[in-house]
Design a protein around this ligand. Structure first.
Ligand code: MN3
Length: 202
């Protein structure tokens, strides 16, 4: 199978106290795993896998799928699978943003890390319903904070994701309940800036 859930790169309790063990466990083993299963179910009688040999290519081209029922499920479940495959490695405790290309680009665009954070937080809180807030690099190498709804994602647009924050309630409700701003602040503390830097330099 070409489209697979990644192994969680740490134990369920590794992001405590910012993200609790139970949330990570349910998010990974039920939600994320469910997206993989439903994607594979949706495409099992098609030749989609032979056309697009990676999830990224599938996302970039999902719009070309002709059957509307399969297309919508690839959008939802393929999107869910790739978004969460990106999410877990992008989180880690105690990683600071080092002097490097990403930091330079953020400061050149927003003036300071604080102003960047402010815009990112604002966009994360603006999303009504389920979605994600992303820092992406566009084709012209410009950084931008974008919002996507449901499991839509930067790969649809051909953007390179640098950071992705899942603002579906399942991502935080057990610990933060309705306090999405508190969740954002906790996520901010566990951004794996080394992973983000690698993404930026792609
Ligand atoms: Mn999620």
């Amino acid at each position: 199978m070409k489209y697979k859930i990644i192994d969680l790169p740490y134990t369920y309790d590794s992001l405590e106290p910012y993200l609790d063990k139970k949330t990570v466990e349910v998010h990974y083993s039920a939600h994320h795993k469910g997206y993989e299963q439903k994607l594979l179910e949706a495409i099992k009688d098609t030749n989609i896998e032979s056309h697009y040999d990676t999830l990224e290519k599938l996302m970039k081209n999902y719009d070309k799928i002709e059957d509307p029922g399969i297309k919508v499920r690839v959008r939802q479940f393929g999107g869910g699978l790739i978004n969460h495959n990106f999410l877990w490695p992008s989180l880690k405790k105690d990683v600071v943003l080092k002097d490097g290309n990403l930091k330079k680009a953020i400061i050149s665009k927003w003036g300071s890390i604080e102003s960047f954070k402010e815009e990112y937080k604002k966009k994360s809180l603006e999303i009504f319903g389920s979605g994600w807030a992303w820092l992406v690099k566009k084709g012209n190498h410009e950084l931008e904070v974008i919002k996507t709804f449901n499991q839509d994602n930067p790969w649809f647009e051909g953007y390179t994701p640098i950071i992705g924050i899942d603002v579906w309630e399942h991502a935080y409700y057990l610990k933060h309940q309705s306090k999405r701003a508190d969740y954002f602040e906790d996520m901010w503390k566990i951004i794996n800036w080394d992973f983000a830097e690698t993404q930026f330099n792609k």
